[in-house]
Design a binder for this molecule. Structure first.
Ligand code: AMP
Length: 114
């Protein structure tokens, strides 16, 4: 999608601290980290929101979680714990309309979230 900043990161037209990539997903550190580890896992394919994922591509979400688990191990937070968050549409606070998992870790998380 032409004006999607995450598509530009996928296409390497915008810089990002990429921590993992393969043919399906790319993961990079959030530009405004909310925890010592704050990494975003996104599909290369542009999908605007969770509501736009087609039923036959829902396995993409499982794959994104698989990669999140790998990154959690690599970053040393798998056993301490971490949080995966995905925002969907305005009231959630979604600001970038290209689906992504936030992986937050390295500090104690609070509940309920804001
Ligand atoms: P959300 O508000 O759930 O849509 O999350 C979007 C996230 O993308 C926010 O945490 C932003 O800090 C992050 N973000 C926006 N632009 C960039 C960028 N160029 N590189 C890395 N992270 C970004």
């Amino acid at each position: 999608m032409g004006d999607c900043i995450f598509c530009k990161i996928v296409e390497k037209k915008l810089p990002a601290k990429i921590v993992y990539e393969d043919d399906i997903v790319i993961a990079f550190d959030d530009i405004s980290p909310q925890a010592p580890v704050h990494t975003l896992i996104i599909p290369r394919k542009h999908i605007s929101t969770l509501m736009d994922i087609k039923d036959d591509e829902l396995n993409l979400l499982g794959y994104m979680i698989k990669i999140a688990r790998k990154i959690a191990k690599d970053r040393g937070i798998a056993d301490r714990g971490f949080r995966l968050v995905t925002n969907c549409n305005p009231e959630s606070g979604q600001s970038v309309y290209h689906i992504h998992l936030h992986m937050l870790g390295g500090r104690r998380m609070h509940w309920p979230p804001g």
